[in-house]
Design a protein around this ligand. Structure first.
Ligand code: AMP
Ligand code: MG
Length: 472
């Protein structure tokens, strides 16, 4: 018996220069660790016994209608161009159109080697698989565009990283896996026809309303602007904003060494290899602009480099910092309960954040405490907050319902890094209870519930996770 998945594949119909057909490599002893029933039902995936799901979402059984393939892409990694990356351990099984009318990719991550694996083993271990599962679903519950997690399966095989670790496969669901790097690969090779085909495909799939030669660039920019502003508003650090991890559909994608901040600091990084702070919290808007410039450079290659096209692309990219500021301001005004715009708002927000950084205030708890009470207790030295608070109270005069606005903009719960690490340690030891509990709590991140009070607590000194690693 297999699983009924209503595949309807379009990417697999594109010419062969876009991918390599590649079936998943079977694993020894697949066991279902987690399955997202709600998402599965939106996607129209049939019900099945646990072992059938484990067979399909480990890649051991290729369901009817799937057209497994590895996608080709390139990318700037930490600023330097790698002309050929591609899915080295991920396999696109196909697409489905969900009950909500949305077309989505179903991809197995950690499903074995592909022609793009280079030196890698094509596998993933349980830690990053469960981290991505929890964080991506938490992100979704926070209302932020993201790839989703459908299933996690342990493989019964070891993978070798710093030592031997239990292997796992993540089933990831995305609006698509088209990246800035997908365009870069054909642009850098001078494959103009492929670039045109890809551009048409991306517009038809994601932005059918896009107009003109640079319509795609403008649409991606606007989606990225909203995404980055949303990340900033919850203290999220992606960690590896390489152009191959930058989604054309504007979703958060590729949860590697990412994290939500505990104590606020603008230059916080999480990746152990990000020594220059390229992907630090406060540098994310700059990097998003940089990545868009790379997309512009790639897209231009398909037009006779007429001045008009270059000018239009330049204008689109150059407008991005201002748009980011507008989106950022809107998010952070809401965090303070403000729905109107005044010139001094920027200063009001940045003054609070400077006090937070100096006072080593917890990002999530400080903002939430503005509405729940106890904000000054979040600061090591509350003097700066005490000076700031009356300005803020004054600014709120005339706001109809600032408390409701703040409760909707300031989550109670985020997936804190130390909880994720504790959850992974338990899962490796065979105990999925902390995973289940985190998932239950993070499903309603704006709600304060007594049973999950402990999950609001920042890490104790010995619990602080300094960096998460790329060894995923
Ligand atoms: P990432 O840092 O996860 O975005 O991955 C960067 C590139 O390395 C992508 O092309 C991945 O497919 C590839 N990659 C990462 N880990 C592995 C692995 N274990 N085996 C093969 N390729 C990998
Ligand atoms: Mg990647």
């Amino acid at each position: 018996m297999t699983l009924d998945i209503p595949f309807d594949n379009t990417f697999a119909q594109l010419p062969p220069e876009f991918y390599s057909r590649q079936a998943p490599t079977p694993v020894g002893e697949p066991k279902l660790l987690a399955y997202n029933e709600a998402l599965g039902s939106t996607l129209g995936i049939g019900t099945a016994a646990l072992d059938v799901r484990a067979e399909v979402f480990s890649g051991n059984v290729v369901p009817t209608g799937a057209a497994p393939l590895a996608q080709l892409y390139a990318g700037h990694q930490f600023g330097s161009f790698n002309p050929q990356l591609g899915d080295g351990r991920a396999i696109l099984m196909g697409e489905v159109v969900g009950a909500d009318g949305l077309r989505r990719d179903i991809q197995l991550k950690g499903a074995g080697r592909t022609p793009y694996s280079r030196g890698g083993d094509g596998r993933a271990w349980m830690g990053p698989v469960l981290r991505e599962y929890v964080i991506s679903e938490a992100m979704h519950a926070l209302g932020i565009p993201t790839t989703r997690a459908l299933a996690a399966v342990s493989t019964g095989e070891m993978v070798w990283r710093e030592g031997g670790l239990p292997g796992a496969v993540l089933t990831r669901v995305a609006k698509s896996h088209l990246r800035v790097g997908t365009f870069q690969v054909y642009a850098s090779r001078g494959q103009v026809e492929a670039l045109k085909t890809l551009t048409d495909y991306a517009i038809a799939r994601h932005y059918p309303e896009a107009e003109g030669r640079m319509g795609l660039l403008r649409a991606v920019r606007d989606a990225q602007v909203e995404l980055i502003a949303a990340w900033m508003s919850v203290g999220f650090i992606h960690g590896v904003m390489n152009t191959d991890n930058s989604s054309i559909a504007g979703e958060t994608i590729d949860y590697g060494p990412c994290a939500f901040m505990d104590v606020y600091h603008p230059s916080r990084v999480f990746s152990s290899i990000d020594r220059m702070g390229r992907y630090a919290y406060s540098n994310q808007p700059n990097i998003a602009v940089w990545n868009l410039a790379q997309l512009a450079t790639a897209l231009i290659q398909q037009y006779d480099a007429s001045e008009a096209v270059v000018e239009e692309a330049t204008e689109i990219v150059h407008a991005m910092p201002d748009l980011l500021e507008v989106a950022w301001l809107q998010r952070f005004r809401a965090k303070l309960g403000i729905t109107t715009a005044q010139d001094e708002d920027m200063e009001l927000i940045t003054d609070l954040m400077r006090a937070m950084a100096e006072g080593q205030a917890d990002f999530t708890n400080s903002f939430r405490a503005l509405v729940d009470g106890g904000a000054r207790d979040q600061f090591l030295d509350p003097a700066a907050f005490d000076l700031w608070e009356p300005r803020w109270r004054h600014r709120l005069e005339g706001e109809p319902d600032p408390e409701a606005v703040m409760r909707a903009a300031n989550p109670v719960l985020i997936p804190r890094n130390h909880r994720i690490e504790q959850m992974i340690a338990s899962a490796v030891a065979g105990d999925m209870a902390p995973f289940e509990r985190l998932m239950a709590a993070l499903a309603n991140p704006f709600e304060a519930r007594a049973e999950f009070e402990d999950l609001r607590r920042p890490p104790a000194e010995e619990e602080v996770v300094k960096a998460t690693f790329c060894g995923t």
